[in-house]
Design a protein around this ligand. Structure first.
Ligand code: FE
Length: 254
């Protein structure tokens, strides 16, 4: 299994502070059945800045340690970019990392809103030859209230990734329900852990995939698993035509 969103690099963000903690996470990942992780530290999220050079340096240190510790885990480079207006300029300057040097670029929205310029920027990113992947849309307040915004972005070529713990219910009932709706309406293309540690923000990938297989279907689970693999190899992923999430109308008798 491949996990395309994980905070496993030490001392770069709110993930592990030390390399020892990263190693504990790596062992936990292997126990979960993960053989490859794309390390995606936060970038430009108002708290952490991790440009391409920093990430590649930290990654090479962790990779050596993982080999030394004999852990059967491959770690690939990535970056979780909070959306900002100059992202393409920074990409051209070589400060932005795609997922394992592919054409797939992680984009995070602020927790509670979607910037008005997002639609245009996601379009421009595609003109540049990149495919934006919106991370954890299910945890964004504006998208939760107005899923049509996400529908439009996906219809216009963006992909999305839901968090395993959201699917499994660890972020609460409404986020779990929204995650299921996104899966059912072809509005998401990947499940990933977004793990930060081994206690309160851990992997939960097996749990999520089992629920998806049970509630939505084995085939869909397999497609999601394959999509993560394809992203890590820079291949085209599987996506179906997105559907609008219809709000249930009140059918009471007046
Ligand atoms: Fe993250």
């Amino acid at each position: 299994m491949i996990d395309i969103h994980c905070h496993i690099l030490p001392g770069v963000d709110d993930g592990p502070l030390t390399i020892e903690e990263s190693i504990v996470m790596a062992r936990e990942a292997v126990k979960e059945g993960i053989h490859t992780i794309i390390a995606t530290p936060h970038h430009r999220n108002n708290k952490y800045e991790n440009s391409k050079t920093t990430i590649l340096q930290k990654l090479s240190i962790l990779k050596k340690e993982i080999i030394k510790e004999n852990i059967p885990l491959t770690i690939l480079p990535g970056q979780e970019n909070r959306i900002f207006g100059e992202i393409l300029e920074d990409y051209q300057k070589g400060e932005i990392l795609t997922l394992n040097h592919s054409d797939y670029l992680f984009i995070e929205f602020p927790t509670s809103s979607v910037p008005r310029y997002a639609e245009r920027l996601l379009y421009d990113i595609q003109i540049e030859g990149l495919t934006p992947i919106i991370v954890h849309p299910e945890r964004n307040k504006e998208l939760l209230e107005n899923p049509d915004i996400l529908y439009n972005l996906v219809k216009n070529g963006a992909l999305t990734q839901v968090t395993a713990a959201s699917v499994a219910g660890y972020f609460g009932k409404s986020i779990k329900k929204f995650s299921t709706q996104l899966l059912e309406h072809n509005l998401t293309h990947f499940v990933a852990s977004d793990a930060h540690n081994t206690h309160n923000r851990t992997f939960k990938l097996n749990e999520a995939y089992e629920l998806i297989a049970r509630d939505i279907g084995q085939d869909y689970r397999n497609i999601l698993l394959e999509n993560s693999e394809k992203v890590s190899l820079g291949e085209k992923v599987y996506s179906e035509i997105p559907q609008l999430i219809k709000k249930k109308k009140f059918l009471g008798i007046f």
